[in-house]
Design a protein. Structure first.
Length: 118
């Protein structure tokens, strides 16, 4: 099973992007999917999560009200809709899967780069 993140790019301040994270493999199952990001020179940080079965979501304070997360069960894909982007959102964005409630994020995608220009 692999995760493939896509949708990054260059956008101006105030613009929007939608990131996708597609899981491949017939045996894929997940308790929770998360998005994380790592800006140059900084540690990786949590952005958002969605529980696969219930759809419950959670967000970092820095993105609340601007980002939404959703999933498409039929395609094993999770989306991160990013609106009103700011220069501080510039980072490489990673998706990850937490297989069970007691496991960590064990499966990671390769990252997709987002650059917000002012």
């Amino acid at each position: 099973v692999q995760l493939q993140a896509s949708g990054g790019g260059l956008v101006q301040v105030g613009g929007s992007l939608r990131l996708s994270c597609a899981a491949s493999g017939r045996t894929f199952s997940s308790h929770r999917m998360g998005w994380f990001r790592q800006a140059p020179g900084k540690e990786r940080e949590f952005v958002a999560f969605i529980r696969w079965s219930s759809g419950t979501t959670g967000f970092a304070d820095s993105v609340k009200g601007r980002f939404t997360i959703s999933r498409d069960d039929t395609k094993n894909t999770v989306f991160l809709q990013m609106n009103n982007l700011k220069p501080d959102d510039t980072a490489v964005y990673y998706c990850a899967s937490q297989r069970t409630p007691n496991s960590g994020y064990e499966l990671w995608g390769q990252g997709t780069e987002v650059t917000v220009s002012s």
